[in-house]
Design a protein around this ligand. Structure first.
Ligand code: HEC
Ligand code: HEC
Length: 211
C-alpha cells in the first residue's frame, strides 16, 4: 500500500492532537532545564553534577550513557526534555519499570535536570554487528520521520532514536504494539497498531544503525 508523505503527515497529526498532553505538570521544570542548557557556565556546572550523580546509573546505562546491555536504553545524546519527562513518568508510576521507579523516586528535581543535561551532552557509540535494513528505512521514512525526524534525532520530548540499542527498540516497539501497561498512555501505542509485527525487526535494524 502506497501512502504519500503528506497524507501520512495528516494522519499523524490526528493521532498527535488526540494524544494526551502529559507534559503540563513538568512545564516549570522544562523551563528551568532550558534556561540552564542555554547558559554555557550553568550548563557546564550541571554536566559536572550530573556526571557525579550518574555513578549509580552507570552500572546499567554505562559511564557515558552507552548502556552495558542491549535491552537497556542508551541515554547518551538523548533529548534532555525527554529524559526529564521520563524521570517524572517513572516516579509517578505513569511509566512502569520497577527499577526505574525506585531510582526516580530517589532523585530530586534538581538532580533530574542535571542528569538530563549530562546525558544529553554525551555521544552515542555506533553498534557493532548490526546491518541496516532498506525495508526498515523505507518504513521509517514514510511514517516515523514525522515525529522522530528524518535523522532520528527527535526534538524536545520526542525521543532521539538514532543509534538506540536494537534489543531495547524491539522490546519497546512490541510492548507498544501489544499495549503493554508499562507505557499504556503513550501515543506510540496507537501508532504501532498501524505497523506490522514483521516490520519491527527491520525498523530496529535501521534505527540502531542510524548515526
Ligand atoms: C539496574 C539497572 C538500572 C539502573 C541502575 C538504572 N537504570 Fe535506567 N533503565 C533501566 C532499564 C532496564 C530501563 C528500560 C525500562 C523500560 O523501558 O522497561 C531504563 C530506562 C531508563 C530511562 C528511559 C530511557 C528511554 O529511552 O526511554 C531513563 C531516562 C533512565 N533509565 C535513567 C536512569 C538514570 C538517570 C539512572 C541513575 C540515577 C538509572 N536510569 C539507573 C535500568 C537501570
Ligand atoms: C505522532 C508522533 C510519533 C510518530 C509518528 C512516531 N512516534 Fe515514536 N514516539 C513518539 C513519542 C511522543 C514518544 C515518547 C512516548 C513516551 O514517552 O511514551 C515516542 C517514543 C518512541 C520510542 C521509545 C523510545 C525510548 O527511548 O524509549 C520508540 C522506540 C519509538 N517511538 C519508535 C517509533 C517508530 C519506529 C515509529 C514509526 C513506526 C514512531 N516511533 C512513530 C511519537 C511518535
Amino acid at each position: 500500500m502506497f501512502i504519500s508523505k503528506s497524507k501520512m503527515l495528516a494522519m499523524v497529526l490526528c493521532v498527535w492532537i488526540a494524544a494526551p498532553s502529559w507534559a503540563q505538570d513538568a512545564n516549570d521544570l522544562v523551563t528551568r532545564l532550558h534556561s540552564m542548557d542555554s547558559d554555557s557556565a550553568l550548563k557546564a556546572e550541571a554536566i559536572n553534577r550530573g556526571k557525579e550523580r550518574s555513578m549509580l546509573c552507570s552500572y546499567c546505562h554505562g559511564k557515558d550513557g552507552n548502556s552495558v546491555k542491549n535491552y537497556i536504553p542508551n541515554l547518551a545524546a538523548q533529548n534532555p526534555e525527554y529524559l526529564l519527562n521520563q524521570f517524572q513518568y517513572f516516579a509517578s508510576g505513569e511509566r512502569k519499570s520497577y527499577v526505574m521507579e525506585q531510582i526516580s523516586k530517589g532523585l530530586t528535581t534538581d538532580e533530574m535536570v542535571d542528569l538530563a543535561i549530562f546525558y544529553a551532552s554525551e555521544n552515542v557509540k555506533p553498534q557493532a554487528n548490526i546491518q541496516s535494513s532498506e525495508a526498515g528505512q523505507a518504513r521509517y521514512q514514510s511514517f516515523c520521520f514525522a515525529c522522530h525526524g528524518d535523522d532520528g534525532k527527535g526534538n524536545k520530548d520526542l525521543p532521539r532514536l538514532a543509534g538506540q540499542k536494537k534489543a531495547f527498540l524491539m522490546k519497546a516497539l512490541k510492548d507498544f504494539k501489544h499495549g503493554k501497561t508499562a507505557r499504556a498512555n503513550s501515543p506510540m501505542v496507537r501508532i504501532m497498531k498501524a505497523v506490522k509485527e514483521s516490520d519491527i525487526e527491520p525498523l530496529a535494524d535501521y534505527i540502531a544503525t542510524m548515526q
